[in-house]
Design a binder for this molecule. Structure first.
Ligand code: NAD
Ligand code: UGA
Length: 324
């Protein structure tokens, strides 16, 4: 199968690329290496993929590039490009969120109208739910985002649904719940916690630390994503992709201490606007459509993220090969 992976150099996108190549597929990856975090990190994420003759990298910005041309021969689109980050989506930065998350998704859907494909898989987010009335959340619950970022992820998801309804574009939106593991973005919780603890600094915890997250290991997210491009689903389907283990940030700090074999210091920072108190999702729909369920316990996933960080810092070379 010929695939197009947008955001191919990012945390989740690069793992999707590696797995598609390992499964024998051809990948055209597009990324413009935004400055949200060090682009050198993103280039390193593609070290393995770049060695494959079935991988083609297109360095282009989806806001302006000819998307129809990118779709040449493509069977399935995995759309992971976007501007992530819940807590920094306020103020002037919002324009970037709107253009990278909403306008780019609309450009892709319009291009698919011109040049049809078998499936468009969109990386949506648990942030569409906001602070829900009860947990765990189901896809049928009314979404009420709590951050500007969440608004843009929901707007793009609505576009995927309405292009399916009006134009029969075969879209699937996956609501990823806080993804972690090797290559995690440096602004995300686990990355910041490991960086602090390994550097002898106190772990920065926002608010009380009693906020709960349903963390999802990246290999499980990749598995659900690739299956969504292949297995049949009604156009416009929306699915939760959640790890199934809810834990507080304070609980996570304890887990980290156990993993590192020593107690870790914490520094308390103000609560962050846009941060929801809790996430947690029912994954029955993904089980029904994709025969998917999360496989990686949190302690094991954390251990694998730590191994990757250690390998990276000990080698000082290119991205070490640590399988997810
Ligand atoms: P990431 O920032 O590591 O990856 C996104 C990639 O998209 C980056 O490499 C960036 O350079 C690229 N990109 C952005 N705008 C582009 C454009 N206009 N043209 C070309 N490339 C562009 O982020 P990630 O954590 O891997 O997230 C991937 C997707 O999954 C995002 O859409 C995000 O909203 C969604 N998501 C992530 C999580 C998570 O926990 N990581 C959870 C829910 C949803
Ligand atoms: C993550 C991603 O960053 C979003 O792109 C994604 O859409 C979202 O998951 C989602 O699931 O929809 P978030 O849950 O905020 O957002 O993930 P982290 O940055 O890993 O934060 C996890 C928890 O750790 C949050 O409760 C946050 O308050 C806490 N945290 C994070 C801290 O206490 N200190 C930090 O330095 C960083």
């Amino acid at each position: 199968m010929q695939t197009l992976v947008t955001g191919c150099a990012g945390f989740v996108g690069s793992h999707v690329v590696d797995q598609l190549l390992a499964d024998g597929h051809a990948v055209r990856g597009v990324d413009c290496f935004t400055q949200y975090y060090d682009p050198a990190r993103k280039h390193r994420n593609l070290d393995d993929a770049s060695r494959s003759h079935r991988f083609e990298l297109v360095d282009a910005d989806l806001r302006t590039t000819d998307v129809v041309a990118l779709l040449d021969d493509v069977d399935v689109v995995y759309h992971l490009a976007g501007q992530p980050g819940v807590r920094v989506s306020w103020a002037d930065g919002f324009g970037e969120y709107v253009s990278l998350n909403v306008l780019v998704t609309q450009r892709i859907l319009e291009a698919v109208r011109t040049r049809p494909v078998e499936r468009v898989v969109y990386a949506s987010s648990s942030s569409v739910y906001g602070n829900a009335q009860s947990y765990p959340v189901r896809e049928t619950d009314v979404p009420r985002p709590y951050s500007p970022y969440g608004v843009t992820k929901l707007a793009a998801e609505h576009l995927c649904v309405l292009y399916a309804e009006n134009w029969r574009i075969p879209t699937v939106s996956l609501r990823y719940f806080t993804v972690y593991g090797p290559r995690q973005r440096p602004d995300m919780g686990f990355s910041r916690f490991f960086d602090a603890a390994l550097g002898g600094e106190p772990i920065p915890v926002y608010g009380t630390g009693e906020q709960v997250r349903d963390f999802t290991f990246v290999a499980d997210v990749v598995d659900a994503t690739i299956r969504s491009g292949i297995l049949p689903t009604p156009p416009g389907t929306v699915m939760n992709v959640a790890g199934g283990e809810s834990v507080t940030v304070n609980g996570l700090v304890d887990l980290l201490g156990e993993l590192l074999g020593r107690s870790v210091e914490v520094t308390r920072l103000p609560p962050q606007p846009g941060d929801v108190q809790r996430t947690g999702g029912v994954t029955d729909r993904a089980r029904a459509f994709l025969d998917w369920a999360p496989q990686t316990p949190l302690a094991e996933g954390l251990r694998r993220q730590l191994l990757w960080i250690q390998a990276l810092s000990s080698e000082h070379l290119a991205n070490p090969v640590v399988r997810i």
